[in-house]
Design a protein around this ligand. Structure first.
Ligand code: FRU
Length: 530
């Protein structure tokens, strides 16, 4: 899609405002969006430039992503009346390139059955549900109803799965009259359905979180579901409740003859650096039950940073494309409700591709930003090989250079640690580096600026370096208030947010305790998408 000018966007959104108000619950959203627009669209302090964030108010998990007729749909947990979590709706946006997004009216509102919690959406190509007129394919959203009254009353059965359908490219949604399609049998934490078509046996599969495990259901028509399996009670991390699972098949090392199933599983708390995080399992799936190859006590983390949660993948990406596309919520329940942004809260990660690769340690996920990022790449500068001692500017004025690809060699490096730092005139900084003694990567946001909003925020967070090699590759995406690190060709990922009191306009390579051997790299400008 050609990039729309901000002015065009403003007109489109102003034109949309009457529709945004089509439910009384969004009256405040109208007001705050209008304010945001007149004050400068997406120009507020800490507003991400190339990441998705809602125009105004509270957002958490990505929901219901699917691709249909040229559009990537992104729904999200949304509370249109405040900047803190509240009665959940599904906000909605579409993109033709995963990078530039157009906001659409709220897709699903709470009703007498409850709030609309996280879930997924699919294209019902064969109209198995019968919810479209003959010959058409309905879009079906599958979500959790959360009944706040039941919860308040201390009952266990206040979450159940419902569906809604759209016959107009996702623009309007009708809730199915027979909801819930999966009633609650008396179990607490019974939520976040992810649905997909199991081609081999021609049926639908639903996987959702049930406390300390996942449950797997089958259906011929997205309406009638039977329980076929459970997984996880004795597998992976259990420092918190399990949420937002996903399950899909991927080729190993790109070989379509050699495939494995991957289960993504978000856990809160219990992440490797505290709070919310997403683990994964590699194994086999026969349409009914999942068997993990990872030993029970091993946790594999999709992202070691503190700020990538509840992420799942797009459904219905055409086979001709073949990518497994992922997006996550760039925050953490430890402090999400208190981060210093206004009039919105939270952003999503950059959309990413997930692949399976074989490593010495076993089959692992490799994560990369989507290739469409190329649409916003601007000026590119080479950074020549050099020996780093102390702090050395990457380029004279590195302020707008937001993608970094850097290589170091630990052989010949005498430094105890080294990496890249983002800094400003106030001496605030974020360091993304490697610590030799611990053979580990880190992000240090202890002096990143505003951190008074939560005791849990300031900190240094680590990710193990997974290999023996002396060459270290770092690929970084730096936005106004976040950094995403893809280290070791995407085998080690860290995503973190920060809130400097002035923008980070300077980037330095740095070393501590000696010299670091920098073997070269480049810095590329990334243009804003709003
Ligand atoms: C994950 C989560 C989900 C739930 C949603 C509610 O962040 O807790 O389990 O469906 O958020 O907003």
């Amino acid at each position: 899609m050609p990039q729309m000018s901000p002015v065009n966007r403003i007109f489109i959104i102003l034109a949309l405002l009457p529709f945004l108000g089509c439910g009384k619950k969004s009256a405040n959203m109208e007001k705050s969006q209008a304010q945001t627009i007149t004050e400068g669209y997406y120009q507020e302090a800490h507003r991400p430039r190339f990441h998705f964030s809602p125009p105004a108010k509270w957002m958490n998990d990505p929901n219901g992503m699917f691709f249909y007729e040229g559009e990537y749909h992104l729904f999200y947990q949304y509370y249109p009346d405040d900047v803190v979590w509240g009665p959940m709706h599904w906000g909605h946006a579409v993109s033709t390139d995963l990078i530039h997004w157009d906001h659409l009216p709220i897709a699903l509102y709470p009703d007498s059955m409850g709030y609309i919690f996280s879930g997924s959406a699919v294209v019902d190509h064969k109209n198995t549900s019968g919810l479209a007129p003959e010959g058409q394919s309905p879009l079906i959203a599958i979500f959790t109803y959360h009944d706040p009254e039941g919860e308040k009353a201390g009952r266990n059965d206040y979450q159940y799965q419902g569906i809604a359908y759209s016959l107009d490219k996702g623009r309007t949604w009708t809730k199915y009259k027979g909801n819930p399609v999966v009633p609650n049998p008396g179990l607490k934490d019974f939520r976040d359905p992810k649905v997909f078509w199991y081609e081999k046996d021609q049926h639908w599969v639903m996987i959702f979180a049930r406390g300390d495990r996942v449950q797997i259901y089958n259906s011929p028509n997205l309406i009638d579901w039977v329980l076929t399996g459970e997984f996880g009670e004795t597998y992976g991390g259990h420092g918190g409740v399990w949420e937002c699972p996903d399950l899909f098949e991927l080729a190993i090392d790109g070989n379509p003859e050699n495939k494995k199933w991957v289960m993504l599983l978000s856990i809160n708390p219990g992440g490797p650096n505290k709070g919310s995080a997403t683990q994964y399992f590699v194994g086999d799936f026969d349409g009914k039950t999942f068997i993990s190859d990872n030993p029970g006590d091993v946790s594999l983390w999709l992202d070691y940073g503190t700020d990538n949660y509840a992420g799942v993948t797009w459904s219905d990406v055409p086979a001709s494309d073949g990518r497994r596309l992922f997006i996550g919520w760039m925050s953490n329940w430890l402090y999400a409700n208190r981060v210093p942004t206004d009039p919105w809260r939270s952003a999503m990660t950059i959309p990413r591709t997930l692949q399976l690769v074989s490593t010495e340690a076993g089959v692992r996920i490799k994560t990369e930003p989507v290739a469409e990022l190329g649409l916003i790449r601007g000026e590119e500068k080479n950074i020549p090989p050099q020996t780093i001692s102390g702090a050395m500017p990457i380029t004279k004025d590195s302020g707008n250079l937001a993608e970094l690809v850097l290589s170091f060699d630990t052989k010949g490096t005498t430094a105890t640690e080294f990496g890249v730092e983002l800094t400003n005139g106030k001496g605030e900084k974020v360091r993304i580096g490697y610590e030799k003694a611990g053979n580990r990567f880190y992000i240090d946001r202890r002096q990143s600026g505003r951190n008074d909003f939560s005791e849990e925020f300031a900190g240094i967070h680590y990710a193990p370096h997974s290999g023996e090699t002396t060459t270290l590759s770092l690929h970084l995406l730096v936005d106004v208030a976040s950094v995403e690190l893809f280290a070791q060709e995407g085998l080690v990922v860290m995503t973190e947010i920060f809130f400097p009191s002035e923008p980070f306009t300077q980037m330095n390579l740095y070393s501590e305790g000696g010299e670091a051997v920098f073997t070269g790299g480049k810095a590329t400008e990334l243009k804003g998408v709003w």
